[in-house]
Design a protein around this ligand. Sequence first.
Ligand code: SF4
Length: 341
Amino acid sequence: MSTHPITVHPARSFKANSHDAVNDPHLRKSFRGAMDFLMAKRAAQFPDHNELEALRSLGETVRQRCLAKLPQLLETLEAQLTANGVKVHWAETPEEANAIIHGLIAARNGKLAVKGKSMVSEETELNHYLEAHGVQAVESDMGEYIVQLAGEKPSHIIMPAIHKTKAQIATLFHDNIPAAPYTEDVDELIQLGRNALRGMYLKADVGISGVNFAVAETGTLCLVENEGNGRMCTTVPDMHIAITGIEKVVEKLSDVIPLYSILPRSATGQAITTYFNMISRPRQPGEKDGPREVHLVLLDNGRSQAYADEQLRKTLQCIRCGACMNHCPVYSRIGGHAYGT
Ligand code: SF4
């Protein structure tokens, strides 16, 4: 495991950013409404407080057990994925992760990558890196697509464009999608974005995704999503590259069950997500679809340091549900952009 310090990309100061945000009535209204909605949906999914506490405790036990064995589980994961035909890459820093991914794309002379939602790729600023090296990276999660068109960063780990109003998205699509009419009808907006993205899956040289849980015993990459874009990114292009942090490994397939039971209920107030993808190997002889190459990039970027610190290690238990953001009194008023990272 690495001793390399964490790399973050600094922004303007929080004070300056938060001052701007506090004085933006549209932003405050969007956030207040969205966070109230999400908190209510989450509460409706957990009507029994004792059940919530029992589930949370079970999830914590699973995460703590897996973290206690992290070095060993990472070795098992690599061995199992390799046996399944998935190539595993290790990156200490964001720059290393970006260079590995670019190298894989360049090796097939690729020019277009289509991406599912990955907060780790935001951490490494992968899109900027690829674009600087001649590869276009197109976000396919609708929220990520919106913030990419706007030239912004996600403001929430689950709902990247939650800070945007319908009118802002209508203008964005009208200005950026060829022949798109101006409409504030949400269904029509989704359809416009969907149509613009469809062709990308067919044209893309590479699909890039994140990973919610990496299962060591079976070498399985689990991907939780609602839009089907994750499934398109990981099955249509000839090469799939997954990127995730080293802490996402779990020991057994059965460990996923309690974590998946908590994740969508806490994140979006859904009992389950529309799609739950399990990826274990590239396309096999005789199979008609799926990528011919699958790669996993495991990023450290300071996680080993957190792991070595008894108190900080707990931060690695996070399953990225985003519920703490929805409940944070500061975040729920001014959103995530003020924090800068
Ligand atoms: S995103 Fe927040 S609430 Fe969800 S697991 Fe991580 S720390 Fe906990």
